[in-house]
Design a protein around this ligand. Structure first.
Ligand code: AQP
Length: 334
C-alpha cells in the first residue's frame, strides 16, 4: 500500500547514531520504496525553541540536508525542505494551538525533560512545540510518520488534534489522522556514558554519542571508552534489564547487523567487553564512516545543498499552501 510519509529532524548540530538508527535509517528505506511519497523536513522552527547561534544554525541546516543525502535519501525522489520557508507551518501551528488543549500539552514529558527544573524560563515555543509538529504533519495529509520512540507521545497528540479539529468543524476525515512508524526494536539509543539517558545532540560530553561526522579513530575511541560494568558479557537476555549499558551496546550491534537482541546476546555470552567492543566498533565504522565522508564532501558544495532546499520548498509550498487555504476556509476566515 502506498504511504504518504512526513518526518522532520532539528538542525541543532551533532546528528548522531540515535538519530540515524531511530529515524534516518527508516527514512532511507521508505524513500527506496517507489510506492511511497516522502517528505523530509529540516525543522528549523523547532530548533529555535532553544537558543541557537544564528551562524551555526545556518551551517546546521546545511549539515542536516547533507546527512539526509549522505545516508541515502534521494532528493529527486523525496522532498527535502526547510520548514521556516513554508509559511503554512507557522500559520497552521497557530490555528491548531487554538484546537489543542492546555491539559494535553501539560502531559508532554519531553517539555518537562527539556525545560528541566526551571520551567518558568523555558520558551513558550518549547512548550507548544508539539502543536507545530502536528501542523507539520497534517498539512501534508501524511499517513505515516517515522520517528524515534521519544516522539511517540507527540504523535499521539497530533492524532488527538486532528480528530478534535475534524469533530469541532464537522469535517469528517479532513485532517488525516497519521500512524507512527517506530522501529520495533532499539527505537531508543541511549548515551554511551549512561544507559538510562537518551543519546542526544545537546548532551555536553561528545563521548556520550557517536556523531554521524565522526571518523574511524573517534568512533573507535568512543566505543573503547563507552561505559560498561565489571561483569563478563551477559549470558541471558533477562540480565539486560539490570545491565542497561550492555543492553544499549548489544542493541546498537543488533540494529547494525539486522539481528535480534537474543542472537547478539548468544554470540557474545561470557566474553570480555573489550572483545565485543572491537567488533562493535568495526560494525560502526563500516556503517558510519562512508556517511561521515560523504557529509564532509557535500558540505563543500553549499550551492548544491541550497538548491535541494530551494526545490523542496517549492514542492512543499504547493501542497501546504492548498491545505492551509482549506483550513482557513473551514475555520471561517474571509
Ligand atoms: N537517542 C535516540 N534514539 C532513537 N531515536 C532518536 N531520535 C533522537 N534521538 C534518538 C529521533 O531522531 C529524530 C530527529 O530528532 P530531532 O532532531 O527532532 O531531535 P531530538 O529528538 O530532540 O534529538 P536529540 O538528539 O534528543 O536532540 P536534543 O539533544 O536537542 O534534544 C526523531 O525522530 C527522534 O525521535
Amino acid at each position: 500500500m502506498s504511504k504518504k510519509i512526513f518526518s522532520g529532524v532539528q538542525p541543532t548540530g551533532n546528528l548522531h547514531l540515535g538519530n540515524y538508527l531511530g529515524a534516518i535509517k527508516n527514512f532511507v528505506d521508505l524513500n527506496n520504496d517507489n510506492d511511497n511519497e516522502c517528505i523530509f523536513c529540516v525543522v528549523d522552527l523547532h530548533a529555535i525553541t532553544t537558543k541557537q547561534n544564528p551562524k551555526e544554525l545556518k551551517n546546521n541546516i546545511r549539515e542536516t540536508v547533507a546527512t539526509f543525502v549522505a545516508s541515502g535519501i534521494d532528493p529527486k525522489k523525496s522532498i527535502i525542505f526547510n520548514q521556516s520557508r513554508v509559511s503554512a507551518h507557522s500559520e497552521g501551528a497557530w490555528i491548531l494551538s487554538c484546537v489543542a488543549r492546555m491539559g494535553w500539552l501539560n502531559r508532554m514529558t519531553q517539555f518537562k525533560e527539556k525545560a528541566g527544573k526551571d520551567k518558568e524560563k523555558a520558551s513558550i515555543g518549547l512548550y507548544s512545540y508539539p502543536v507545530l509538529m502536528a501542523a507539520d504533519i497534517l498539512l501534508y495529509d501524511a499517513t505515516h510518520v517515522p520517528v524515534g520512540d521519544d516522539q511517540k507521545q507527540h504523535l499521539e497528540l497530533c492524532r488527538d488534534i486532528a480528530q478534535k479539529f475534524n469533530n469541532d468543524f464537522e469535517v469528517d476525515n479532513f485532517l488525516q489522522v497519521p500512524e507512527p512508524l517506530i522501529q520495533k526494536d532499539f527505537s531508543r539509543i541511549m548515551s554511551l556514558k549512561d544507559g538510562s539517558k537518551k543519546m542526544s545532540k545537546s548532551e555536553l560530553s561528545d563521548f556520550s554519542r557517536i556523531n554521524l561526522t565522526d571518523d574511524r579513530d573517534q568512533i573507535m575511541n568512543k566505543i573503547k571508552k563507552a561505559k560498561t560494568d565489571p561483569l563478563p558479557m551477559p549470558q541471558d537476555i533477562k540480565e539486560l534489564d539490570e545491565r542497561l549499558e550492555a543492553k544499549n551496546l548489544l542493541g546498537i550491534y543488533s540494529s547494525l547487523t539486522n539481528s535480534t537482541l537474543k542472537d547478539s546476546v548468544e554470540i557474545f555470552a561470557g566474553k570480555n567487553f573489550s572483545e565485543f567492543k572491537e567488533i562493535l566498533a568495526d560494525q560502526l565504522i563500516n556503517k558510519i564512516e562512508p556517511i561521515s565522508q560523504e557529509i564532509k564532501k557535500l558540505l563543500g558544495d553549499k550551492k548544491y545543498l541550497d538548491k535541494i532546499l530551494l526545490d523542496g520548498v517549492e514542492k512543499a509550498n504547493l501542497i501546504a499552501s492548498k491545505k492551509i487555504e482549506r483550513i482557513k476556509e473551514i475555520v471561517g476566515f474571509l
